[in-house]
Ligand binder design. Structure first.
Ligand SMILES: Cc1ncc(C[n+]2csc(CCOP(=O)(O)OP(=O)(O)O)c2C)c(N)n1
Ligand SMILES: [Mg+2]
Length: 564
């Protein structure tokens, strides 16, 4: 066997795992890896990014899209620090990801040499595993282990530090075999018990979310819901697990939840939760389900055994992937025999449809109408990405996600995700339409990656919903401290001109009517395009104008002058 450098062994290890893309910003700390990639570009594409935050988000989105770990390469201290946002997102979103970080050589470690950080301590509490590879002959072992940890149980991010001298040292070692996620399946007795609970339920509800899903598991979910006649709700930012047009779809259980759906969750007698952790955003701040003893008979199916009973003590704790559970359960045996009429799937779906019906908003650009148009216009397999902010609520409430992975949005509520996630989506699925939906604040957190989209010729439509502020925070401000605007106003660039400077198409939209033709031009232009939507600041939320919010805030007990 010929000896190879650490860099060569590492790239061969990634090829053995069938990695197709690596997202990064280069650093002199891992030149040996870049050199090894030089001869593998036809199989493993290194996507050059403009900031490690963008690279780590892209890797996280790749993990969401493919179920295989997204790979990021970043340099020492500064690069590793910039990459933190994607690592945190992968942790909260349960996405498989491996971040390789350059490290100082073993000959100077622990001196706080140039840009040195101990990554095991830095990422110890965020990553699922943080380690350092000190010997080139152990690279195949570490990489195979990293893949298995990142994908198995509850998936998450792994950080592996690469000392510079280890990457140039040589070793004779064989590559590790291809690693798949470890299977997790429900014991038969628990599946039968779940069927019994559902059959006897009067107000059953299925709630799906989390990771380890795939298209086959989603298809099995649809068959199960139909044959068992159960309503299905999707957790916060997991709206693409069940076709939102399906007559059994009940809506999304997230921020700004339909109050009628919140009541359905609260009043369910049997709650079958598949894949979802039941985090703060899904439970409306842990109010829809009581901690630690739910009033509902909770059947909690989750691939990570450690998540079961972490907050809620379920009637049935089932450590299984969604697909394995759905393959095992018999829908006929789970079909409720005496369900109440108002808990029927059709009633839940009618509530959902009423909730997404348009309402009047202030200003000339009406996001209800625009998202409704997108809902009609986009093909079923289109991918819509977004970060965090009020602008996203229109998309989540009005757009009907149809297919597995037609939604890429951070469960972690992190801003700046919409642009890099769209880039990863278009690279993985070049044939699908990709729409990146951003706020003005959100866009500029990773707007530099527009250059990456242009560099790689990615025909993505970026939309910037510009209300001239960090609107979400302004909303909370007006509710809690009315008329005291502080830290939330923005002076923005001309986003369309900015896009043109990057080499993309750029257009400004100032009325609802202008949107559709501008979007068609953007879709047809064959390259990256940006639509700058100028929104009336009064259209701050879906439910109330800025002035109305302020008036409500004035009326709260906290803001009323003391009576005397
Ligand atoms: C990385 C990050 N920083 C800060 C926040 C807090 N935050 C949540 S929404 C928001 C404002 C979003 O502004 P914009 O993108 O313009 O959307 P808008 O609410 O105005 O529609 C902020 C600052 C966050 N969620 N993530
Ligand atoms: Mg804004």
């Amino acid at each position: 066997m010929a000896s190879r450098t650490g860099g060569e062994i590492l790239v061969a290890s990634l090829l053995a795992q069938e990695a197709t893309h690596a997202f990064g910003v280069p650093g002199e700390s891992y030149l040996a890896v870049l050199d090894a990639l030089h001869d593998a570009t036809d199989r493993l594409r290194y996507v050059i990014c403009r900031q490690e935050g963008g690279a780590s988000y892209m890797a996280e989105a790749y993990g969401k899209l493919t179920g295989r770990p997204g790979i990021a390469f970043v340099t020492r201290g500064p690069g590793a620090s910039n990459a933190a946002v994607g690592i945190h997102t992968a942790a909260q979103d349960s996405s498989p990801m491996i971040v390789f970080v350059g490290q100082v050589g073993g000959d100077m470690v622990d001196r706080e040499a140039f840009q040195e950080i101990d990554y095991r301590r830095m990422y110890g509490s965020v990553a699922k595993w943080a380690a350092q590879i000190d010997r080139p002959e152990r690279i195949p072992e570490y990489v195979a282990h990293a893949y298995r940890i990142a994908m198995s149980g509850r998936p998450g991010p792994v950080v592996l530090a690469l000392p510079e001298d280890m990457l140039t040292a040589r070793a004779d070692v064989r590559d590790a075999p291809f690693v798949a996620a470890t299977a997790a399946a429900a014991p038969h007795a628990d599946v039968v018990a779940a069927q019994d609970f559902l059959r006897a339920a009067r107000r059953p509800l299925v709630l799906v979310g989390g990771s380890r899903w795939d298209a086959a598991a989603c298809a099995a979910l649809a068959r199960f819901a139909e044959d068992a006649a159960l309503p299905v709700a999707c957790a916060f930012r997991h709206q693409d697990l069940f076709d939102n047009r399906h007559p059994n779809y009940a809506g999304d259980v997230g921020i700004g939840i339909n109050p009628k759906l919140a009541a359905r969750v609260r009043d369910a007698d049997v709650l079958l939760v598949i894949g979802e952790r039941l985090g703060e955003t899904t439970t409306s701040g842990y109010t829809l389900v009581d901690v630690p003893s739910p009033r509902q008979a909770l059947i909690h199916v989750h691939p990570g055994a450690d998540e079961l009973g972490r907050v809620y003590q379920p009637e049935l704790a089932i450590a299984s992937t969604p697909g394995a559970f759905l393959a095992a359960i018999d829908p006929r045996a789970a079909r409720p025999e005496t369900a109440s009429a108002d808990a029927a799937p059709a009633a839940a779906h009618a509530d959902y449809e009423a909730w997404r019906a348009p309402r009047p908003v202030p200003g000339a650009v009406d996001l209800w109408q625009i998202v409704r148009w997108l809902d009609e216009r986009l093909p079923d397999d289109a991918i819509v990405t977004n970060g965090a902010g009020n602008f996203a609520t229109w998309m989540h409430r009005v757009y009907r996600y149809r297919r597995f992975r037609s939604q890429l949005a951070p469960y972690s509520g992190s801003m700046g995700y919409g642009v890099p996630a769209a880039i990863a989506a278009k690279l993985v699925h070049p044939g699908r339409s990709v729409v990146s939906w951003n706020g003005d604040g959100c866009f500029l957190m990773n707007g530099q990656e527009l250059a990456t989209a242009v560099q790689y010729g990615l025909a993505i439509v970026f939309v910037v919903v510009d209300n001239g502020m960090y609107g979400t925070i302004r909303m909370h401000q007006e509710r809690n401290y009315p008329s005291r605007v502080s830290g939330t106003a923005l002076v923005n660039p001309d986003f369309a001109a900015l896009a043109r400077a990057y080499g993309a198409l750029g257009e400004t939209v100032t009325t609802t009517e202008e949107f559709a033709p501008a979007f068609e031009r953007a879709l047809a232009c064959g390259r990256a395009a940006l639509l700058h939507l100028k929104i009336d600041p009064q259209a701050l939320t879906m439910g109330a104008s800025l002035d109305a919010l302020r008036a409500q805030g004035m009326g709260t007990a906290a803001n009323r002058p003391p009576a005397n």
